[in-house]
Design a protein around this ligand. Structure first.
Ligand code: ATP
Ligand code: BTN
Length: 251
């Protein structure tokens, strides 16, 4: 479907059968890219997740896609962006009639409580002037048991949903939705996404723990604020925690 994909996307599409990482590719070429350009591959030999973790990226039917975006207001504005992208992904999948989806702060998409997809936002550029953003999305489409055995947490794939869009259809819709949502984000910030996030948040109102290195903080999840920090009601009242090195788990 390479030809179909290249004709349908409104910006450039770099298509590879095999690549180390679609995120790494766009980061390397960011000076020559325009907002909305995408890179798609059938296989990643070094697919990555947050904090040096691996994104299991077998050959075949799964979706590995990254999009470049130039954030004119600089890096400070980029916090909370993975939440916007997670909302975009949920909207696209809902539009295909896929339900049972949820988001886990700050970057994961779940189907029936198992991890279906992940978002990895990486950036480079000068702090205040310009920011080259690369937004990576991995979605499991149809995972064999042998492929899934390499993943060290419960996972799901789209073959478990009633409707299964083609990878090309999904990529085209995703590119359109991201263009729309990133433009909205640049104008209005994360405030424009708080309702969408709340509707999909699997931990809203639940007892959770935050893991930060050796430290563990328990509380009840109270959603997010307009910078994308997570809000937790602890013994000390409602506290906010910024992303980065934090992992959220059920208590
Ligand atoms: P957190 O983001 O809260 O720290 P996480 O464990 O989901 O949690 P991430 O860095 O977001 O961490 O994602 C990487 C993790 O996702 C891997 O360590 C692995 O457990 C899991 N993983 C890797 N490949 C896949 C895949 N194809 N499908 C589902 N999950 C995967
Ligand atoms: C996570 O859950 O940690 C995020 C996983 C992001 C995976 C995608 S697949 C396309 C892009 N290229 C990468 O190397 N990673 C992202």
């Amino acid at each position: 479907d390479e030809t179909l994909l290249k004709e349908a996307v409104t910006q450039r599409c770099f298509y590879y059968d095999e690549i180390p990482s679609t995120n790494a590719f766009l980061l390397k070429h960011c000076e020559e890219l325009s907002s909305g350009d995408i890179c798609v591959a059938e296989y990643q030999s070094a697919g990555r997740g947050r904090r040096g973790r691996t994104w299991v990226s077998p050959y075949g039917c799964h979706l590995y896609c990254s999009m470049y975006w130039n954030l004119s207001q600089g890096m400070a504005q980029a916090t909370g962006l993975s939440l916007v992208v997670a909302c975009s992904l949920v909207k696209v999948l809902n539009n295909f009639g896929i339900h049972g989806l949820g988001v886990k702060w700050p970057n994961d998409i779940y189907l029936d409580n198992k991890k279906l997809a992940g978002v990895l936002v990486e950036m480079n550029g000068q702090a205040d002037t310009e920011c080259h953003l690369v937004i990576g999305i991995g979605i499991n489409m149809s995972m064999s048991r042998a492929q899934g055995d390499k993943i060290d947490q419960p996972w799901s794939d789209l073959s478990q949903s009633r409707v299964v869009p083609s990878k090309t259809e999904l990529t085209i819709s995703l590119q359109r939705q991201l263009n729309e949502d990133l433009t909205l984000f640049e104008k209005e910030g994360l405030s424009a996404f708080l309702i969408r996030w709340k509707e999909a948040d699997i931990f809203d109102g639940k007892h959770v723990k935050l893991l930060m290195g050796e430290q563990r903080i328990d509380g009840v999840c109270k959603g997010i604020d307009k910078t994308g920090s997570i809000l937790l009601k602890t013994d000390k009242g409602v506290e906010s925690f910024v992303g980065g090195e934090i992992s959220l788990r059920s208590a």
